[in-house]
Design a protein around this ligand. Sequence first.
Ligand code: C2O
Length: 545
Amino acid sequence: AETHYHDFVIQARPVKRLCRTHSTITVNGLFPGPILQVRDGDSLVIKAINNARYNITLHWHGIRQLRNPWADGPDRITQCPIQPGRSYTYRFTIQNQEGTLWWHAHSRWLRATVYGALIIRPKLGSPYPFPMPRSEIPILLGEWWDRNPLDVERISDFTGAAPNVSDAYTINGQPGDLYRCSKQETERFPVDAGATILLRIINSALNQELFFAVANHRMTVVAVDASYTKPFTTPFIMIAPGQTTDVLITADQTPGRYYMAAHAYNSANAPFDNTTTTAILEYKSAPCNAKNGKSSTPIFPQLPGFNDTNSAIAFTSSLRSPSKVKVPLQIDHNLFFTVGLGLINCTNPNSPRCQGPNGTRFTASINNVSFVQPRRNSLMQAYYQGQPGIFTTDFPPVPPIQFDYTGNVPRGLWQPVKATKVYKLKFGAKVQIVFQDTSIVTIENHPMHLHGYHFAVIGSGFGNFNPRTDPAKFNLIDPPFRNTIGNPPGGWVAIRFEADNPGMWLLHCHLDSHLNWGLAMAFLVENGVGKLQSVQPPPLDLPRC
Ligand code: C2O
């Protein structure tokens, strides 16, 4: 195994998009940031040097960070932020993970421009569990703002203006030729006729689930969130923020030019625009002028409609592990988490913060607790040092009252409690979580992401979860493993995992507007006594608050 050393210099750099140049927070001057390419078993040593004006942290999304929460990165969960002019070195080892992950800033909305791919290939000499592709292409789906994303964040916090506040969607940082001033820079991927290529697709957008397709080419899905899947063929994929999907495509069509395109899957049916982005798959052997040739307009793929929930769910529920997997059968913690939005009454309804209906303020919660980021320390540091007063351990395992989650919700539940609560798990405990979307304010798809783990996705459905009949339908044989799962709008999804990684692990909605509104909580997996049960000591350069 190898150790890879990198300096990540976080700095503002001019970036030009849509005819205008903006001072943009980048890593090493790149947008998107550098691609990390490693093998299973390798170690990474990344010195993050903050030369920007903002506090920042970096997160390695999907890396399990076994016994090493100090390298995970979420702001004030496992570390205090790296202040301007300071640095922090993230050190971690990849342990039994292969596929596509990514890294991103995990402070405020800085991940808008601070993100990149993290590609993990099998150990030297081990093959992929599918035919070797001729080439591999990372596809990072993202968003672009004409304004400073941190200003947009403030607007979204108060007005609920997300998700349609970005000015373009992007593939590898480029809006594509349907946008003004973007034709020259549109991503083009030359392919040899007959070749099979691996697309490593990452949704790094801040606030939008996306459909993605390649015109005339079917895709064979082989992995999600760095876990292999039973291969299946599909004309499109649905991918939520935080998720990754690896697909094979074969260039077996008439040589020519084909659009790859993504657009929003917007279950809340909010107004949408600027959500289409394109890149071009270009056969090297395409004739120069004939129909379908090098200068012709590429063919556009068919994508499901913006509110096509059935297509979104059909895709997600087709995913399976390649063979029988180990899923916990006996459950120690049976958790039921309502996830949804809410509105808080304001004492001064004319305040700019209170732009919800009738002068209310937007909020979001799990089991009616809206997560508040601690100020004085990170949760993990406070726990490790035994510092009281930073968090409490009384996060409720079920909502305070039961109700018809998809119907008329009692008004009392529209106003969650704001607090910093964690839920304690003993090392080795077997956990089931059923996430239930509520219809407070609106029904919505919430991509729930758990740090430090991947989990088996054992079932999902529309409407209210029924604890008597639904568990009988759980897939405990070959469910897919993921680190981020979209909770169906107006429905539920169930996951299981074993708490085999001690530390403080954030669980949150990967739509950043909802994260800001408090759709988050943390698990404290207790430090045991043995070598495999206890957290490593913190690095000496760990930032202090
Ligand atoms: Cu991709 Cu908590 O993050």
